[in-house]
Design a protein around this ligand. Structure first.
Ligand code: ZN
Length: 125
């Protein structure tokens, strides 16, 4: 007999399949965003007035933010997909305990359980 308590936080194969689909969609989305920001970042040929230049450099900063965010997202999604393939998805990378269904569904590329996430945040300060 398997105690129900042990399975409560474990994701079923069907749930992981759903999450994988979701992750792949998120990755596609982030990839598109990255391509869009790259296209928008093409060098400008025309020379504008100073006000225009100022707003352009601000645009560039926002673009940089966007593309680095998209990069991070893609990396995190790929790491999560690798974990699914290895069969360790939903397990905390630090304490190896199940992260918990609720958290995995809210944050499909979470790497740590809530406890370890907090611990790591404190350590990095
Ligand atoms: Zn943990």
């Amino acid at each position: 007999m398997v105690a129900k308590k042990d399975n409560k936080d474990m994701l079923s194969a069907a749930e992981i399949k759903e999450i994988k689909k979701h992750l792949l969609a998120l990755k596609e989305d982030a990839t598109k965003r990255l391509q869009n920001t790259k296209q928008m970042d093409m060098p400008e040929v025309e020379v504008g007035d100073p006000i225009d230049d100022a707003s352009k450099s601000l645009d560039k900063e926002i673009l940089f933010e966007l593309s680095s965010n998209a990069h991070n997202t893609i990396e995190q999604i790929e790491a999560a997909l690798r974990k699914i393939d290895k069969g360790i998805y939903g397990t905390c990378e630090y304490c190896r305990k199940p992260i918990g269904k609720k958290r995995m569904k809210a944050l499909p590329f979470a790497r740590y359980c809530i406890n370890c996430q907090h611990t790591n945040e404190h350590h990095s300060r």
